[in-house]
Design a protein around this ligand. Sequence first.
Ligand code: DC
Length: 221
Amino acid sequence: MPLAPVIAIDGPTASGKGTIAHAVARELGFGCLDSGALYRVVALQALRRKVDPGDAPALAQLARDARLRFDSGRVELDGEDVAGAIRAEEVGRLASRVAAHGPVRDALLQLQRSFRRWPGLVADGRDMGTVVFADACLKVFLTASVEERAGRRFKQLKEKGYSVNLAALLLDLRERDERDRTRAVAPLVAAEDAWQLDATNLTIDEVVAQVLAWYGAVSEH
Ligand code: DC
């Protein structure tokens, strides 16, 4: 049987990739891979076990040892649901540092590829179209201005009851973007054959409709 089709959605922090990926997957009846969650789990484990964020071999070992299970919104680490814990800003910040290490990325590669099953997969992250699923039939590079992304994250966090500061969020997003874009291994960059989509002035429904239209066009061939 040929490999199942993959739609890769890459882009910077808080560009709405996760929301779009889920909606597209639901429409098509595909599975969904939130690859950022894997780096976040490793970061959470590093925090709990007090592993130095610069110690690549120790972090890669954490990634190899973690018993992970993803199931309808749950993210299980060694049997514990950590879906909420990995969303903390502190964990996201550390994930961006953890993800800069080649050995950590290598340790997570096969696990990510194991999500590819029929009838298809929508995978979101930074290197879905460039590294993990370089043969994806549709690659989307989703961007939005940093102000728009910071504004959305601000709203999300406030709704969850966190006290947040917009200026600090902006600074933090800029730092994370910079680190994800300039790292030596698998940097955040649009694949040559990616379709660029700037969502700054679009609604979620409009972005989803555009991705589905592109998928419709490529899957006809
Ligand atoms: O998408 P996210 O914010 O949940 O990702 C958290 C961090 O993980 C992000 O700063 C960069 C890293 N990441 C990565 O390097 N490669 C991916 N495919 C996904 C996430």
